[in-house]
Design a protein around this ligand. Structure first.
Ligand code: DX5
Ligand code: ZN
Length: 218
């Protein structure tokens, strides 16, 4: 069964707690938390205090997507704030193996993300440390962008590697996922669908979670 991970990037920040409760009641499994620093990506979002504030509100798996330069410095804070999974970008980590070690030392699940133009080359060498691989299907920085169709073969390629080497690793897809694109993404091998605007941009986020799940499994 596919895992739905609503991204709070598109939520109403003035009523964040209520919005998170709504998607949890609707059956989402993960809460995707997009952290941007204005350096690695051209946008700024939230930091550990927001993760900490949401932690008592929700039993969802907190899936923290760090789109930041020098993530090593901030991993312990996000871990302490209540992250369950911490995903870093391959492009932001010259010493990716060390960065993943820091996540594991903090007792959290570790993910690595690849931008659309980045080849997942080298993934096999860090696979033993990974719980999740994130294939970006937009250039990170903003919600509401169009799905880059050319990423479908990349999803399949990563899936094939995971199935061969470490089948329990989750394959997550993030960017432009909606009722129109979800089935192709799942057919290509995704286990976890991140959806921001498709969920929190909808009139009723709870209905949107159900519709996305239906579309993903059709
Ligand atoms: C993009 C973020 C995504 C974003 C997805 O930089 O990593 O998680 O929230 O938004 P949608 O689903 O609207 O493309
Ligand atoms: Zn994200």
């Amino acid at each position: 069964m596919v895992i739905i991970a609503p991204s709070i990037l598109s939520a109403d920040f003035a009523s964040l707690g209520e919005q998170v409760r709504a998607v949890e009641r609707a059956g989402a499994e993960f809460l995707h938390i997009d952290v941007m620093d204005g350096h690695f990506v051209p946008n700024i979002t939230i930091g550990p205090p927001v993760v900490k504030a949401l932690r008592p509100v929700s039993g969802l798996v907190f899936d923290v997507h760090l789109m930041i330069a020098n993530p090593d410095r901030y991993i312990p804070e996000f871990a302490a704030a209540g992250a369950d999974i911490i995903t870093v970008h391959a492009e932001a980590c010259p010493h990716l193996h060390r960065t993943l070690q820091i996540i594991k030392q903090a007792g959290k699940k570790a993910g690595v993300a690849f931008n659309p133009a980045t080849s997942p080359e080298g993934l096999e060498f860090v696979l033993p440390m990974l719980d999740l691989v994130l294939v970006m299907t937009v250039n990170p920085g903003f919600g509401g962008q169009e799905f880059i169709t050319e990423m479908l073969p990349k999803i399949s390629r990563v899936k094939a590697l995971l199935q061969k080497e470490k089948p329990d690793t989750l394959l997550q897809v993030d960017g432009g996922v909606n009722v129109n694109t979800a089935s192709g993404v799942v057919e290509s091998g995704a286990d976890v669908l991140v959806a921001g605007s498709a969920v929190f941009g909808a009139v009723d986020p709870a209905t949107a979670v159900a519709e996305l799940r239906r579309a993903a499994q059709s």
